[in-house]
Write a protein that binds this ligand. Structure first.
Ligand SMILES: O=C(CO)COP(=O)(O)O
Length: 217
C-alpha cells in the first residue's frame, strides 16, 4: 500500500493567541489534496493546543511538541500523554533536536517516551538527526541508526510512528539540506528498518524531512 504523504508544522515556542488564530485562519483557507492523500499536522505550544484544535479545519490535526516519559504525577512543568489523549490531541513530536541538545534528552529517554506515548494511543513524530560535526566526521548514518535503534528496541508496532529526519545543522540555522542529502539518509533509515525491524515496517513507515527545505530557499 502506498504511504500517505505527511506534512507537519512545528511552531516551537512561538506565538500569541492572536497570531495563532491568524495562522490557523490562513491554513483553513489553504487548498490541499484530501486527507486520504496527505495528512496535515500542526504543532503549536501546549497552551495553544485547545485553541488551535477548536478553530482548525477538521481535516487538519494537531500535535503536541513533547510529553512526559511515563504516567503523569508529581512532575512539575510536564504534560502527560494521558492528558493529551484526554483532550483528543492525536499526535506528539518526540526527540526533537532542540530538546535533545538543550534539555539533554538522551536516545534512551526518547525511546522510553516514544514507547509510553504509543502505549497510551498517541501517534508519534519521532525525530532523529546528526549535528554538523557528526556529518563532517562521516558518522551521520551511525548517529541516526543509533537514535532509531533506541526507539526500535522499545516498541513493537510502528503503525503510529512517523520518523522525521531533521539534520541538526539544518534546524533553525537557515542552512538547508538538498533533496539528495535528505533522500540519502532516508534511504539509509529505510534500510536500517528493513535489516533491524522488518521489511513490512521498512515499507510502510513514513520518513519525513524536517528543516528549512532547499525548495524554499
Ligand atoms: O525544527 C523543525 C521541524 O521540527 C524545523 O525547524 P526550522 O524550520 O527552524 O529549520
Amino acid at each position: 500500500m502506498a504511504r500517505k504523504f505527511f506534512v507537519g508544522g512545528n511552531w516551537k515556542c512561538n506565538g500569541t493567541s492572536e497570531e495563532v488564530k491568524k495562522i490557523v485562519s490562513t491554513l483553513n483557507q489553504a487548498e490541499v489534496p484530501s486527507e486520504d492523500v496527505v495528512e496535515v499536522v500542526v504543532s503549536p505550544p501546549f497552551v495553544f493546543l485547545p485553541l488551535v484544535k477548536s478553530v482548525l479545519r477538521s481535516d487538519f490535526h494537531v500535535a503536541a511538541q513533547n510529553c512526559w516519559v511515563r504516567k503523569g504525577g508529581a512532575f512539575t512543568g510536564e504534560v502527560s500523554a494521558e492528558m493529551l489523549v484526554n483532550l483528543s490531541i492525536p499526535w506528539v513530536i518526540l526527540g526533537h533536536s532542540e530538546r535533545r541538545a538543550l534539555l539533554n534528552e538522551s536516545n534512551d529517554f526518547v525511546g522510553d517516551k516514544v514507547a509510553y506515548a504509543l502505549s497510551q494511543g498517541l501517534k508519534v513524530i519521532a525525530c532523529v538527526g546528526e549535528t554538523l560535526e557528526q556529518r563532517e566526521s562521516g558518522s551521520t548514518v551511525a548517529v541516526v541508526a543509533e537514535q532509531t535503534k533506541a526507539i526500535a528496541e522499545k516498541i513493537s508496532n510502528w503503525d503510529n510512528v512517523v520518523l522525521a529526519y531533521e539534520p541538526v545543522w539544518a534546524i533553525g540555522t537557515g542552512k538547508v539540506a538538498t533533496p539528495a542529502q535528505a533522500q540519502e539518509v532516508h534511504a539509509e533509515l529505510r534500510k536500517w528498518l528493513k535489516d533491524n525491524v522488518s521489511a513490512e515496517v521498512a515499507a510502510s513507515t513514513r520518513i519525513i524531512y524536517g528543516g528549512i527545505s532547499s525548495l524554499l530557499s
